[in-house]
Design a binder for this molecule. Structure first.
Ligand code: ADP
Length: 763
């Protein structure tokens, strides 16, 4: 195979030769010489050299020609030239050949030949006719390879949308290739010149740029490679890339040529990417999350504002530096391990981490990318703390639920779900709380049918009242054993921003026992009230009896005493000593009876007479009593000591009687041969005054401490110590009527101290 360069050289060599041959073929003299030369060339030439007849049939063909056309000599000589032409090129070739008939001197054309193997080959033909001889010299070059290359180039250019252009500066002529035209959206007839060519560039910056580029190219021979926007003939805006090179001849620019490429789609994509990148940057800056990016060696390539804030490092500090140089404290920390894993295993890592240096919790997502790692993180310290608080409060709630004997429940009103906590449900009603939670209508089926409607309606009313956040009710609730328990149920309502009740948390209490007790108490109350009434009636009757008896008894007693006195006076001389003694006994009995009746009358009157309170100076009151008892005191040479007593607002007469009874008893119940010594004292508390009357008398055995305050109860007979046994009973009744108390402290032979209190808020 001959190298391409050699082929070219030969062709150059032969073309003038053929022209020479065709011009001079007629010259007989030189014919032979030429024929010799021709035969030599004919057999040596690497290209097709053939002679066709006027009818187009092959007359002769060189051996190389037969090889190139891939037919045998015989095959070629038996057929016309046209028969070997590719069907698609037959018409064109025929037209070309017709030009010969019209008298054209030479033909240059390209066509495809269908070879004997069915292969298609491109040939470039030169036809030189010798009309006189009736012959055509046809010469051809196999251009299949270069054609293919050109097609490839065209295809490549077409694919890349690269067109060519040329500016012949000398002739001021501009050439645009098909693609250049296509890009400008102009047709084949459009005649381009420097002005309209430049005017395709968008007015302003774009047009100024290209004008400057052309100008400097023309003057200084500079080249250019720039991306600009044009507006096509159809008004479309397009991004193009223009490259220009200059050719200089004699110090002057003779030619500028270059390529012209439609980069609209790419440029737009590039711009869109730039826009997206800008947008991404805006997003990365404006998201509340912290964001940074590192390459595979942990060199920081991005550090957003939030990262600056929450990690306390500025962008300047971080960009271009190794993350671990700056955060040395985090080397080998869990973060470090997660980041390494993300890069090494190309796997997204999500984790929560506590960064001790800043005492901050972060929620981190680390995404591996082809050039490193993108890390998004959020400060979740508050959330963590609140979660912890929530956990603690939940724990508290659970503990409370465990500690209380109530059944604790949490009802999501919207979904109807109920969560029952603690042991209450099991202990009170025998239900497993978890199983109860699963049954949607658990509660409804357990409330007593007669209570259900009332409870539900009341609850709805409370839910509807947006100001009310508390519900309580009592109803019967069926326990696991089937027995109904009386419950007291209460709940706190949680509402949404519109006031709608969405949740209620509460506790159910089994009040069956309380209810039972309440009922029994009520029953007891009724009985007690009845008894109290009965007692009041009988008391009244008794008092009535006492007063009537004492009143009515006085009359016959007076009569008995009167007649006894008459008997004594009238028959004193007649009655013997024994009779006199009998009469004395009778008189004495009648007197005692009189005293008894008077005391009884007194007792029955206590608290009956309507008296009003007055301010009483108790020291003065005691003084008056002592004057009254002056004779006794004098006789017994008693010593009486009285501490200063308060001035109080009270019922004077009853209080006087109390002091008088106690002081006179102290004087009365004295030991023989001992000088009586009585002391009156007082203390007070916030609520009451407390008084004490102490003596050095005979004392009282502790077994009688209660008894002595009972009516008619005496510890001595009348001969030892006179009395009726009513004094202390009256005293106690008075004190208790005033809301106070009375008691004694004593020991036999050790004297006694009587205490009594008077409430300060005495009504
Ligand atoms: P009376 O003095 O009329 O017997 P009281 O009701 O005053 O009736 O007293 C009841 C009893 O309490 C007395 O009989 C006496 O035995 C006993 N008693 C009362 N005061 C004293 C006192 N100061 N010391 C010892 N015993 C007393």
């Amino acid at each position: 195979m001959m190298a391409h360069g050699q082929k070219e050289k030969l062709l150059h060599l032969f073309t003038p030769l053929f022209q020479q041959l065709s011009t001079h073929l007629g010259a007989e003299i030189r014919r032979k010489q030429l024929e010799q030369d021709f035969n030599q060339i004919f057999s040596m030439a690497p290209d097709v050299i053939s002679i066709l007849g006027a009818d187009g049939y092959f007359k002769r063909i060189n051996p190389a020609g037969a090889v190139l056309l891939q037919y045998s000599n015989e095959e070629l000589l038996a057929h016309s030239f046209l028969e070997f032409v590719h069907p698609d090129d037959k018409l064109n070739t025929n037209e070309e050949l017709n030009n010969l008939n019209k008298g054209q001197a030479a033909l240059y054309f390209e066509n495809r030949i269908l070879t004997s193997t069915g292969k298609v080959k491109w040939f470039a033909w030169t036809f030189n006719p010798d009309m006189e001889a009736g012959m055509i010299f046809a010469m051809a070059r196999d251009i299949t390879e270069s054609k293919k290359l050109k097609d490839l180039l065209d295809n490549a250019n077409n694919l890349a949308r690269i067109g060519n252009w040329e500016f012949d500066v000398i002739n001021q002529h501009i050439y645009w290739s098909d693609i250049t035209r296509e890009i400008h959206e102009v047709n084949d007839h459009f005649i381009v010149d420097l002005t309209n060519g430049i005017n395709f560039y968008k007015a302003g910056k774009n047009r100024d740029t290209i004008m400057l580029a052309v100008e400097t190219a023309l003057t200084k021979g500079t080249s250019w490679d720039i991306e600009l926007q044009i507006i096509t003939a159809k008004g479309n805006e397009k991004w193009i890339r223009t490259i220009g090179e200059t050719e200089f001849a004699n110090g002057k620019c003779s030619r500028i040529y270059g390529s012209f490429q439609d980069i609209d789609a790419g440029k737009k994509a590039e711009l869109a990417i730039a826009e997206v990148m800008a947008e991404k940057a805006v997003i990365l800056e404006s998201i509340g999350d912290g964001f940074f990016a590192v390459d595979k060696n942990f060199i920081v390539t991005y550090w957003n504002k939030e990262a600056e804030r929450s990690l306390k490092r500025t962008r300047q500090q971080m960009l271009g530096n190794n993350l671990w140089d700056i955060f040395g404290d985090a080397i080998n920390s869990p973060s470090y391990i997660f980041y390494k894993k993300a890069i090494d295993e190309n796997e997204i890592q999500y984790f929560e981490i506590f960064y001790e240096t800043l005492a901050t919790w972060f929620d981190v997502s680390a995404y591996p990318s082809h050039n490193g790692l993108s890390v998004y993180f959020k400060d979740i310290t508050d959330k963590k703390n609140s979660v912890e608080k929530l956990r603690q409060s939940n724990e508290r709630y659970e503990r409370v639920a465990l500690a209380t004997s109530d059944a604790i429940w949490d009802w999501d009103i919207v979904t109807g779900e109920v969560v029952r906590t603690g042991e209450g449900f099991l202990k009170l009603f025998g239900y497993n709380a978890a199983l109860a939670d699963e049954a949607v209508d658990f509660w409804v089926t357990k409330v007593h049918p007669d209570d259900l409607q009332r409870v539900v309606e009341r609850r709805i009313n409370i839910f509807d009242n947006t100001t009310c956040n508390y519900w309580e009710d009592e109803y019967r609730f069926k326990s696991a054993s089937g027995e109904y328990k009386q419950v007291y149920d209460k709940g706190y309502i949680i509402r949404d921003e519109n006031g709608k009740a969405i949740r209620m948390i509460g506790a159910t209490q089994d009040i069956s026992k309380i209810k039972e007790n309440e009922q029994q108490l009520q029953l007891l109350n009724v009985t007690l009230q009845k008894q109290a009434q009965d007692l009041a009636v009988s008391n009244k009757e008794l008092e009535y009896f006492a007063s009537v008896a004492s009143h009515d008894l006085q009359e016959p007693l007076r009569m008995v005493s009167g007649f006894l006195a008459m008997l004594q006076n009238k028959y004193n001389d007649v009655i013997d000593e024994r009779g006199k003694q009998y009469i004395h006994f009778a008189v004495d009995g009648a007197n005692r009876m009189k005293q008894l009746i008077l005391d009884l009358l007194e007792f029955s009157r206590v608290g009956k007479t309507a008296i009003t309170k007055e301010v009483v100076d108790l020291s003065k009151l005691v003084e008056e009593i002592l004057i009254m008892l002056g004779k006794q005191i004098e006789e017994k040479k008693a010593s009486i000591t009285c501490a200063p007593l308060p001035v109080i607002s009270t019922f004077k007469t009853p209080v006087r009687q109390v002091f008088q009874n106690l002081i006179s008893n102290s004087l009365k119940y004295q030991q023989k041969d001992v000088v009586p010594c009585v002391t009156i004292s007082f203390t007070e508390t916030n609520d009451l005054w407390q008084f004490a009357v102490a003596d050095n008398g005979i004392g009282i055995s502790d077994k009688y401490f209660e008894k002595i305050f009972v009516l008619f109860q005496r510890l001595h007979n009348k001969d030892e110590y006179s009395g009726t046994g009513i004094g202390l009973a009256i005293t106690k009744k008075i004190i208790e009527n005033m809301g106070g108390e009375i008691w004694v402290n004593s020991g036999m032979g050790k004297g006694s101290t009587f205490y009594f209190t008077i409430p300060k808020n005495l009504q």
